[in-house]
Design a binder for this molecule. Structure first.
Ligand SMILES: Nc1ncnc2c1ncn2[C@@H]1O[C@H](COP(=O)(O)OP(=O)(O)OP(=O)(O)O)[C@@H](O)[C@H]1O
Ligand SMILES: [Mg+2]
Length: 258
C-alpha cells in the first residue's frame, strides 16, 4: 500500500533524521520507490547527508508556490539493481531561508498544507512512489503539524528521557489522536543492557507499550558506530551486516504491514 509517513518527536535530537533516512534507504533496498523530504526548515539536515549545497530549487520553493515538485526532487538512488528508487526533497539550509521560513504566518501555513496534501496525487498516484517520508522539526511547529495532517502514519521517535516520554504521551492525546493518525512509537538510543536477551527485550517492549499505549514498532539500541557516522553517510548502506541495519529492516517490514 502506498503511504505517507511523518517521522516526528517531542524533543530534538531523538533520531528522526537518522531513522527517516535509514528507513527510506531500507525500503529502497527492498525495491520500493521512495521520496524522502526534509520538512525541518528550522534546522535542515538532509542536504548534508546527500551532499548538496547549491540547488536551483528547494522544498521551500515548492511550498512557496514558486515551482512544481519535480524541479525539487533529486535522484539519490544508489544502484542496487533492485528496482528501488530514492528521490530526496531538500530544505534550504541558508540563514536567509531559515529566517524566511520562521517568519511565515498561519495563512501561509494553510497554503503550505494544501501543497503538501497535493503531493499524494502527484507522487503516490501519478508518480508511482510507494512511500513519501517526511523528516520533521521536533515539537509543535506548524510545519510539523502540517506534515502530520498530510501523513497516513506517524512514527514518533522517543528516547528514554523522562521529559521525552512525557512529551510524547501528551502529543499522542493532543495531536496524533486528534487527527486520528495511525501512530507507532520508535524507542531510540536504548541502553543495550535493557535488551540483553530476547526475554528482556520482550519485557522492555511490553513496559513501553503500557507507558505509551501505542504499538512499539522498534526498540533501537544506542550504537557508538551510528553516532560516529555523524550524519555523513547512510549507515544501513555502508554497514549492511550491523545490528542497526537489522533493526531497520524489521521496522520497514512492520511499517509495511501497519
Ligand atoms: N540508535 C542510535 N545510536 C547512537 N546514536 C544515534 C542513534 N540514533 C541517532 N543517533 C545520533 O543522535 C544524533 C541526533 O540524531 P538525529 O539528527 O537523527 O536526530 P533528530 O531527531 O533528527 O534531531 P533534530 O531534532 O535536531 O532534527 C546524531 O548524532 C545521530 O547520529
Ligand atoms: Mg533532524
Amino acid at each position: 500500500m502506498k503511504k505517507i509517513i511523518a517521522v516526528h518527536s517531542y524533543k530534538g535530537g531523538t533520531g528522526k533524521t537518522s531513522l527517516s533516512t535509514n528507513l527510506a534507504a531500507t525500503f529502497v533496498r527492498n525495491g520500493k520507490k521512495v521520496c524522502l523530504m526534509d520538512l525541518d526548515f528550522r534546522a535542515p539536515s538532509l542536504h548534508a547527508i546527500f551532499k548538496k549545497q547549491n540547488l536551483d530549487y528547494w522544498l521551500n520553493d515548492y511550498l512557496n508556490g514558486v515551482c512544481e515538485i519535480n524541479k525539487v526532487l533529486i535522484d539519490a538512488t544508489n544502484n542496487n539493481g533492485n528496482g528501488g528508487k530514492l528521490l530526496v526533497g531538500l530544505a534550504n539550509p541558508s540563514t536567509e531561508a531559515i529566517r524566511d521560513m520562521t517568519a511565515k504566518d498561519r495563512k501561509w501555513e494553510m497554503k503550505a498544507l494544501g501543497r503538501l496534501l497535493a503531493l499524494r496525487s502527484a507522487l503516490l498516484n501519478d508518480g508511482n512512489f510507494d512511500y513519501i517520508i517526511f523528516d520533521t522539526s521536533p515539537g509543535l511547529q506548524y510545519s510539523s503539524i502540517n506534515a502530520i495532517v498530510a501523513a497516513d502514519i506517524v512514527l514518533v521517535v522517543t528516547s528514554l528521557d523522562a521529559s521525552d516520554i512525557n512529551g510524547s504521551q501528551r502529543m499522542t492525546s493532543e495531536l496524533y489522536d486528534l487527527f486520528e493518525k495511525k501512530t507507532g512509537i520508535l524507542i531510540n538510543k536504548v541502553i543495550v543492557d535493557y535488551l540483553k536477551s530476547k526475554e528482556e527485550q520482550k519485557k522492555f517492549t511490553k513496559k513501553m507499550k503500557d507507558i505509551h499505549n501505542l504499538p512499539i514498532l522498534a526498540t533501537i539500541p544506542c550504537f557508538c558506530e551510528v553516532l560516529r557516522a555523524a550524519g555523513n553517510f547512510i549507515f544501513t548502506e555502508e554497514r549492511p551486516d550491523h545490528p542497526f541495519t537489522e533493526t531497520l529492516e524489521d521496522l520497514a517490514e512492520k511499517v509495511e504491514k501497519f
